[in-house]
Design a protein around this ligand. Structure first.
Ligand code: NI
Length: 182
C-alpha cells in the first residue's frame, strides 16, 4: 500500500473526465492496488472521500468513508464504500446547502447545494453491481465524489462564494452551525 499524491486545485488533472473501468478490469491486481492506495490516502489525510482523478488516475473509481473524522466532527458515520463507474440520479428536486471541503482544496470549506436524495448505481470492488438510495450526508458525499470523476469541484456548485471559509475561521465561526461534508 502507498499514500498517493493528491492533486491540488489548479492541476489540470482535476478537470479531466474519468473513463469507465471495464468490468473485466475491476478485479485485476492493479485496480485492487489502486483502490487500496486510495483508501489509505483518504485515511491518511482524513478525507471523507477520494476520487481517482484526485490521485492523477483517469478512472471512474471513488472511495468514501466517515468514521469519527476529526475534519468532520459533526458528520454521521459512513462505512467504507468503493464506487466503480458510479451513476448518480437525483430522486428529489430538493437541494440543501451544507458544508464541504476537499483534499484538493486544502484548508477551505464552503456551503454547497446538493440533492438530498439520490439513486446510486455502481460496481463494488469485487465487480458486483450495487443499486441504492442515499440520503442527506451520504448523498452529499456521493455527489461530491461523482463530480470529481466528471472534472467538477465543489466550488463550481456553490451558489456564490460568500461562505468560502478557511478552516480555522470555519471552526471559530461556523462549526456546529450546520452539517458538513467532503
Ligand atoms: Ni473533493
Amino acid at each position: 500500500m502507498a499514500i498517493l499524491k493528491v492533486a491540488r486545485l489548479g492541476h489540470p488533472v482535476l478537470r479531466n473526465v474519468a473513463a469507465p473501468v471495464p468490468l473485466s478490469e475491476i478485479r485485476l491486481p492493479e485496480t485492487q492496488r489502486l483502490i487500496d492506495d486510495m483508501v489509505e490516502t483518504m485515511r491518511e489525510y482524513n478525507g471523507a472521500g477520494l476520487a481517482a482523478t484526485q490521485v492523477h488516475t483517469g478512472k471512474q473509481i471513488a472511495v468514501i468513508e466517515v468514521l469519527a473524522n476529526p475534519r468532520y466532527p459533526d458528520a454521521p458515520n459512513i462505512p467504507l464504500t468503493v464506487l466503480v463507474n458510479p451513476v448518480v440520479t437525483p430522486l428529489t428536486e430538493a437541494m440543501e446547502e451544507g458544508w464541504e471541503g476537499c483534499l484538493s482544496i486544502p484548508d477551505m470549506r464552503g456551503k454547497v447545494p446538493r440533492y438530498t436524495s439520490v439513486r446510486l448505481q455502481a460496481y463494488d470492488r469485487g465487480g458486483e453491481p450495487m443499486d441504492l438510495v442515499a440520503k442527506d450526508f451520504f448523498a452529499r458525499v456521493i455527489q461530491h465524489e461523482s463530480d470529481h470523476l466528471n472534472g467538477i469541484v465543489y466550488l463550481d456548485r456553490m451558489k456564490d462564494l460568500s461562505t468560502l471559509t478557511h478552516l480555522t475561521e470555519w471552526s471559530r465561526y461556523w462549526l456546529g452551525a450546520s452539517e458538513q461534508a467532503d
